[in-house]
Design a protein around this ligand. Structure first.
Ligand code: CMC
Length: 426
């Protein structure tokens, strides 16, 4: 392929460099287009626009491939641990044994929250949605940890990254406990990341949480599956917020707000609601007809990038079966509905033509419910896991010498210039 693209606009021809990544389609560099041709490009939803250069995650949506720093997601889910994946995303390489030990210790010793932080939760209505609490509480971290908000200082950037990865499960568990009306449970340094989180969610003063290796492993794997996903809506939100120099805690709060929407992280909650609404296998054809009539979408299906099976969905489906077998619920009627719905959708021309496959959210709702979480917590768990991806991408952006404040252009279609008229004449 040529290394420049030619664009003709009226009499003018502009030569634009073509950039090559390690993999994925070539990219036409349009940075000089406005200066040389006096035009903008138009791409709502960024369907054809690369907003940055990144070395963290690669997705081949047609082939159903997801790599973190080059490592396939299925290998990481099978062989690695969430904290090891956190290290990989943050530092670019898998840790040595000594680095892994030090990293685990650092994260473990940052899990506690400032005592005054707990008072913050009391301001929420007792039935507040845990995601509403997350948006507010994570933003409030910037009011407690002033010593790690200077984005120009690499050491402060690393400290805030560790704090966010470490404190997010504690905040998430508190959001859950507050929503449930139960007392907060403090983290314990002798437990793993996933164990600590499950214990902080499910332990009550009257009865301690009983560890279960299958469920702990499933929780850890769910965290791995959601750790990063290149330039999705919430990550792009974090990058855009951070491009102005805002502190990392505020940027991650912005990411959480974006994640909440049903087209993004909120889809796992919606997918479970959909399976409940369908209820039984015999109602699937009627429901699928409603999707074809465009009355609603099949939640947990389709993806902007994957036009093939989402590789995370394959691991999630396996994890779902393992968890249901462990909790003695292999006959869960919703699992039957999900399996049959997937079978019907994958053989129906409507879904085949549009390349709609199950995404990570299709089986995650049933799995998380079996782990004991109510639907309101599903997106919160996604936020806990995605924090490392957001912070790794934020750091990469800050450290990129080409980084500029994000400032998209527009096509203005409003009124042309006109003179103000006095109210009496309107
Ligand atoms: N059910 C039915 N039809 C769908 C669906 C769906 N879930 N998703 C896309 N379509 C159809 C859509 O109607 C359109 O058809 P047509 O060309 O006839 O108008 C075509 O497929 C392309 O859809 P689009 O809206 O242009 O695609 P998009 O890339 O803008 O949307 C999406 C991606 C994820 C927002 C969308 O697939 C969706 O709404 N899915 C359901 C929500 C969901 O599961 N989200 C989780 C995504 S994975 C986790 C995450 O990223 O947070």
């Amino acid at each position: 392929m040529a290394d420049t693209a030619k664009m003709s606009i009226g009499e003018k021809t502009v030569e634009l460099p073509i950039l090559k990544g390690v993999d994925g389609p070539d990219v036409v560099d349009i940075r000089k287009l406005y200066a040389e041709a006096d035009v903008f490009t138009y791409d709502p939803g960024f369907t054809s626009t690369a907003s940055c250069e990144s070395k963290i995650t690669f997705i081949d949506g047609d082939a159903g491939i997801l790599l973190h720093r080059g490592y396939p997601i299925d290998q990481l889910a099978e062989k690695s641990s969430f904290l090891e994946v956190c290290y990989l995303l943050l530092h670019g390489e898998l840790p040595s044994a000594a680095e892994a030990e030090e990293f685990e210790k650092t994260i473990t010793y940052h899990t506690m929250l400032h005592e005054q932080f707990d008072r913050f939760f009391q301001g929420f209505r007792r039935d507040a949605h845990p995601m509403a609490i997350m948006v507010g509480a994570v933003g409030a971290l910037s009011a407690f940890y002033h010593d790690s908000t200077n984005v120009e200082d690499p050491q402060q950037r690393m400290i805030s990254s560790h704090r966010l990865i470490a404190k997010m499960p504690t905040i998430a568990a508190r959001a859950f406990k507050y929503f449930r009306g139960q007392p907060f449970v403090h983290p314990r340094n002798d437990l793993s990341y996933a164990e600590n989180f499950l214990r902080m969610c499910f332990s009550v003063p009257a009865e301690d949480w009983v560890p279960n290796p299958v469920l702990t492993r499933a929780m850890d794997r769910i965290f791995i599956l959601h750790a990063d996903h290149e330039q999705n809506a919430s990550t792009s939100t974090v990058r855009l917020a951070g491009s102005s120099g805002a502190n990392p805690f505020a940027c991650i709060a912005a990411g959480i707000a974006c994640l909440w929407g049903p087209s993004h992280g909120g889809a796992n909650e919606e997918a479970l609601n959909m399976l409940k609404e369908i209820g039984t296998v015999d109602r699937i054809p009627e429901y699928v007809q409603g999707v074809k009539d465009r009355r609603y979408r099949l939640m947990g299906f389709g993806h902007r990038v994957y036009k093939n099976y989402d590789p995370r969905a394959t691991v999630m489906q396996k994890t779902c079966h393992e968890v249901l077998a462990e909790v003695g619920n292999s006959d869960d009627p919703l699992l039957k509905v999900a399996i049959e719905l997937e079978r019907i959708a994958l053989s129906d021309p409507y879904f085949i033509e549009r390349k709609l496959y199950p995404n990570v959210d299709f089986y995650s709702g049933i799995t998380l419910r079996a782990l004991g979480f109510p639907p309101e917590m599903f997106t919160v768990l996604f936020a806990v896991a995605r924090t490392v991806g957001w912070i790794a991408q934020w750091k990469e952006m800050i450290e990129d010498p080409l980084q500029k404040i994000g400032r998209p252009r527009q096509i203005y279609t409003g009124s042309p210039a006109r003179d103000y008229t006095a109210i009496s004449t309107r």
